[in-house]
Design a protein around this ligand. Sequence first.
Ligand SMILES: *[C@@H]1O[C@H](CO)[C@@H](O)[C@H](O)[C@H]1NC(C)=O
Ligand SMILES: *[C@@H]1O[C@H](CO)[C@@H](O)[C@H](O)[C@H]1NC(C)=O
Length: 349
Amino acid sequence: MKSYSLLSAVVMLGQTASAAWTSAADKSIVYSSVPGFFLQDDNTTSPTGFDYATVNFGLIDRAYPTDKRFDPEGTASQWERFEYYVASLNSGCRPRDNVRYKVLFMGRHGEGWHNAAESFYGTPAWNCYWAEQTGNGTAVWADPLLTPAGEYEAYKANAYFKDRYETQNMPHFESYYSSPYRGAPSRPTSPSPTSPSPRTAPSPPKTDIAALFPSYRFEDGFSEEDELWHSYEAETTAAQAVRAKTVLDDVFRGDDTTWISVTSHSGQITQLLAALNHRAFRLSTGQIIPVLVKATLADPRPAETVEAYEPYSTCEAPPVTSVAGQGCVCEATTAGVPMATAVVPRRLR
Ligand SMILES: *[C@@H]1O[C@H](CO)[C@@H](O)[C@H](O)[C@H]1NC(C)=O
Ligand SMILES: *[C@@H]1O[C@H](CO)[C@@H](O)[C@H](O)[C@H]1NC(C)=O
């Protein structure tokens, strides 16, 4: 067993993180998503076809206990009243130092060339061969940029945020976290981020990211080359879950801001939602999910030890056949009998 000490590969843009949550230093943090504020954490809301841009990001129309004080005339917008309410949770007259609230907006990047190629080849063939390649001669998906459809999704998000800011006075984010892949952060006013998904190419070198996005700050320990990505093995789901929790712990311990944007990948957002004890809510490319997060300090717990990687074999050439749920047949053997490789099914991203 390897213990997974982590390199979360998160980059932070925007403001310098302010005061740390000092009382969290020798504690563990337990997260919960607070129900009743966003449609997405309600079991009756179907994730299928859900579009943030038709429902005010999912913010539920409701009254808050602070409305009377903040908005006695009833003229403030839903976002303004929600912002005030969340601020009151953190600052009330007797703030509890063992509890913090934040509003996390997690956005999945717009469609990248790796997403298009996975659809084009099908998931099994993508996983057992194509994901390892840098492209196919027509499209390039090493450190993928967005496809035209992905760019549209990014413009859509950008325009929707702008509209909410201008017409609803929705609060602006105080911190942004983004995936180090180029395709993820190409829309600065909207969220899209975190760490490399298991089966894409390694993320680009730190100096390249810094040159492209000079306003980025890097987390401590962000290595020059992507050390998490291995060609011969894949990160386990358990390790991904530990990494998601560790990213959250870093953010809650070190970043005192409340309104936070995270731009990331499908698998990573799945793990972040799980770490937040939010129900599963699968995002299609370009989709965004907000969560009101309550973080509570608890007695320190021993670090979890998980298997970090599992073997991962791929074909040397495009597979002869690939079947969902079964994997691929790499090539005909000399006897002419197709041979199946033991291919670990890959998670989508
Ligand atoms: C939502 O569904 C989950 C899983 O079925 C269940 O554990 C949870 O209690 C439900 N939540 C509510 C508020 O009904
Ligand atoms: C390469 O992949 C893209 C999908 O990303 C597809 O549209 C294109 O047709 C492929 N090119 C070849 C030569 O197969």
